[in-house]
Design a protein around this ligand. Sequence first.
Ligand code: IVH
Length: 698
Amino acid sequence: MKFKSIDQLSPKVARAEHMLLGAEIAEHDRRYYQDDAPTISDSDYDALRRRYEALEAAFPELHAAESLTRKVGAAPSQKFAKAKHAVPMLSLGNVFSDEEVHEFVARVRRFLGLKDEAPLAFTAEPKIDGLSCSLRYERGELVTAATRGDGFEGEDVTANVRTIAEVPHRLKGDVPAVLEARGEVYMNRADFAVLNERQAEQAKMIYANPRNSAAGSLRQIDAGVTAERPLRFFAYAWGEVSEMPAKTQAGMLDFLHQAGFVTNRLTKLCHSADEMIAHYRAIEQRRSSLGYDIDGVVYKVDDLSFQERLGFVSRAPRWAVAHKFPAEQAKTVLRAIDIQVGRTGALTPVARLDPVTVGGVVVQNATLHNEDEIARKDIRVGDTVVIQRAGDVIPQVVEVLLDKRPHGAHAYKFPHTCPACGSAAVREMDDKGEEDVVRRCTGGLICPAQAVERLKHFCSRLAMDIEGLGDKQIELFYEKGLIKTPADIFTLQKRSEAGEFDLTQWEGFGETSVRNLFASIEQRRQIPLNRFIFALGIRRIGETNARRLARHFGTFEALRAAARHASEGSEAREEINNIDGVGDVVAEAVADFFIEEHNETALDALLREVEPQPMEAVANDSPVAGKTVVFTGSLERLTRDEAKAQADRFGAKVSGSVSKKTDLVVAGPGAGSKLTKAQELGIEVISEDEWFRRTGQG
Ligand code: IVH
């Protein structure tokens, strides 16, 4: 195998080679590990690997998170069966300060309508830095184990989990017929160090930290490998449970312990924000001597009936929060400032740094946020900077060490043109005449960077979730001119079969990988409506708003019809605006998107290929499902937030104003004009108690 000398490569060429080589190695890995059918000799394979590593050594920016050199064997994800979670596995909101803990407690009290004196307890437990797993027991026997995945669907890792000594195969005592125990799979620091030593001796993958090590060890195709890894498990939560054995969080933890799980002994029941914060400090003090990594403390409302009332917002419960430990910091040199162009044209400056380890992770990029931020901190190329990272957040530059500034360092000039398409990049004015902090490329459709970012978003995991079309592949397909718009993805196979191009001739694309790619594209021709809406990348339409729109309109045609007529002041605009949680800013963004003719054209092409599936109502057996409800007057059993959350849970839409489209008005004492209007329009008006009866809550 002949390669060009590395010092002759420009960064761009090196990047391209790195990408192709990565795909090629991945294909060989697959043939070797999954098919047991290698097609090249070991020494040729080693040469590819060495070249790949040499490229990364010469161009450290290539050593990104997706680098093969950080992966264990072949990517296992396609190897595990998917496992749907009966109850979604959610994440947690984060707080960083004492003040935010007080706010959290106050928010919970307000939602529940609890007076200051009313007792309210929380558990405070360490936040284990591993990966969460859901273990399903039927009649006390472990039947399936699944990773979290996207929260709704994970990977079936039953065989691997069975090898973990701390996971009981059979539960002790009297347990519910169905019990999904949830918790964290993790690795002790000492075990991690020993494992890495062993890996190094055998010239195998070295893990960056205990968490990666735990994840890599659990997701082994060969469960025999997992069995040799010292994994552990703490139980702290649950999914489906046929009969709840306790009424509190602490009670459930006791129950899980008695049933045979390890629960964390540093869990404490606290009765005030101050007590929670004190326990947080106590845990923080002991952090380094625990033997395993934790990254904060989780507070959970203890009373499970309160948890139920509080429910969820987006992907996180209202009844729990993670109080993270402060960010870890390090010093390094800033070598360059690159400008990235996002999906909506926003120019984001990124600092390229000399690689430095912060809290166990190698960092070489940090976000600089925007133009003003660079000016405010006077960040210059060549500066020594303090960076920090907290949790999964992108590392940030905290400050510049001025005494280390090299002579002749210039103040940074933010570009006024887009680095990708050369169009002018401007800062828009808002209604109040204030300049937006974000400078945006005005290139729109002609800007390749925006197009690529939109495609990446379209294919991403929470959107269309097209396996095999990751960021790198999209960049490649775009560059080759094969995929320019979302619809092109779905015509790829047809065009390939018509002989327009032959992917298998591309380096790194074997016949199997092409077949797999086409299969995963085919699978996505039918897609839940909310994902489809989210995938379009409409400004301000994140996952939650996409879900709200999907739930409200039910079909894409209905949304489109409304959005097309949603000019300012129109009835359609009002309708979108009135969806609970959506406001006029969002309604405007939706209208703006559908007004653009080129978006309509792209949509028509896409809808010839893809069929968004109508949305199921949340609880369609509830008598209020699908109804538009207005709450007015003072409610006595529910706070306003809670009323909205309940309506959401039972599949009703909440609106702020009464109109012809209102189905039901729940009126409490003191109701005024809305009640009058409802009566005029002949809309059904019920009391709060009746609301409870209708929704089956007694
Ligand atoms: S409770 C609905 N408790 O943190 C709430 N999570 O940031 C479910 N984690 O995905 C989570 N220790 O992987 C909970 N004591 C603890 C935890 C914990 C670690 C992880 C878990 C979760 C993530 C959310």
